[in-house]
Ligand binder design. Structure first.
Ligand code: FES
Length: 383
């Protein structure tokens, strides 16, 4: 909204879903308090069978999907993962495994490589075993992750490491980068927490203060320069949190434009968080992926811009950010149609400012967080 009075709505052109995310399971041996899975994930125990996943992969590829992510939960708990990888390779996907490394071993890494997996990303919680294991809720996690990061590289993959950054590990930025250098990492994603699912529930205990964020970003920039000066090829990607921006992100590159997520029970979603919205989403058990993508009310709900209220409707940036994130709008305002409150033009931007102020004074320790596990999940079951 910068003075334009053009209120014409654009009919959306629907291209194919180029990126398919297969959330194979919500089961996971870890208990990270920032997990983006739904709070009531343990209510969805009915996972798709191998045959049903194969059908999803085939349909996706026929529609034009080229990138395939295997995620979860922890996708390694699915015993049929090698079969799904082989199917993905045969279909011609570029496939990526997003894993905690728990449940992985050298033999499996080589088997995945031989089956045609293109890429593996291993996530860490911190640069030291104490903090890493406390956040993950597992005493053996850190050593296992170190071993598996090395195994991934030894199998000929690039070493791609992901650290979710929050107020309890943001002071470790230099140590984290040093660890990555010692491991010989190729790509390091330092992704500050985004607040969905369990992370939204724990936001007050996770969100860094502005001062912490500024210091961390300066440290990353300094180490990046040092690495470049030393001729290191290691790439550092620092992802800042939405909550410290003044304009929203173009979430998922626009609703129903590129990304198609299939949840463990077969629910098809325009993003991995969308099942929290009061919208009925289709299921691959009942409908073809083609009709889900092009015809279902759930996927068409926020396509184009005719759904937008003000200030988005007349904003000259609406073609760039699409009004921001629908899930964030719903979580923060109770109405997913609203502008993402991250936007300083949103009438609800004060909620973001209040969250920033709260982060300046937060005192919550790790023990105050709600950890993602089946017992805690049951507290959120709906009848
Ligand atoms: Fe769902 Fe942004 S995370 S639309």
């Amino acid at each position: 909204m910068t003075g334009s009075t053009d209120t014409s709505a654009q009919a959306p052109e629907i291209g194919p879903p180029l990126w398919l995310l297969a959330e194979l399971t919500y089961r996971c041996p870890l208990q990270c308090p920032y997990c983006s899975n739904p709070l009531d994930y343990a209510q969805n125990e009915q996972e798709l069978s191998t045959e049903q996943w194969v059908s999803v992969l085939r349909q996706g590829r026929e529609m034009g999907a080229a990138q395939l992510g295997f995620s979860g939960g922890e996708p390694l708990v699915r015993q049929d993962l090698p079969d799904l990888i082989a199917e993905a390779r045969q279909l011609g996907y570029y496939s990526n495994l997003i894993t905690s490394g728990l449940g992985l071993n050298e033999h499996k890494v080589r088997a995945f490589r031989d089956a045609g997996l293109d890429h593996i990303q291993v996530s860490f919680q911190a640069s030291d075993p104490e903090l890493n294991n406390a956040v993950a809720g597992s005493r053996k996690a850190f050593e296992q992750k170190l071993a598996m990061a090395r195994a991934v590289k030894e199998a000929g993959y690039p070493m791609v490491l992901n650290f979710v950054i929050h107020r309890h590990n943001i002071h470790q930025m230099t140590d984290i980068i040093d660890l990555c250098e010692r491991l010989g990492a190729d790509y390091v994603e330092l992704a500050t927490c985004q607040y969905y699912g369990w992370a939204f529930k724990n936001r007050e205990g996770l969100m860094p203060s502005k001062a912490q964020l500024v210091k961390a970003e300066a440290e990353v920039n300094q180490r990046r320069q040092q690495l470049a000066d030393a001729g290191s090829a290691m790439k550092l990607i620092f992802v800042t949190p939405d909550y410290y921006e003044e304009r929203p992100k173009a979430c998922m590159n626009g609703w129903g434009s590129l990304f198609l997520t299939v949840a463990p029970d077969g629910t098809a979603l325009p993003c991995h968080s969308a099942r929290l919205l009061p919208i009925e989403f289709p299921n691959v058990r009942e409908q073809s992926l083609q009709s889900i993508w092009y015809d279902s009310p759930g996927f068409n709900h926020y396509r184009g811009d005719s759904w937008m209220p003000e200030p988005c409707r007349s904003c000259d940036e609406k073609g760039k950010d699409f009004g921001g994130c629908r899930c964030q709008a719903y979580l923060l305002t109770g109405n997913a149609d609203n502008a993402d409150p991250v936007c300083s033009k949103s009438p609800s931007h004060d909620r973001i400012l209040a969250a920033r102020r709260a982060a300046d004074h937060a005192t919550a320790g790790l023990e105050d967080l709600s950890y993602r596990n089946p017992a805690n999940s049951r507290l959120f079951f709906r009848s």
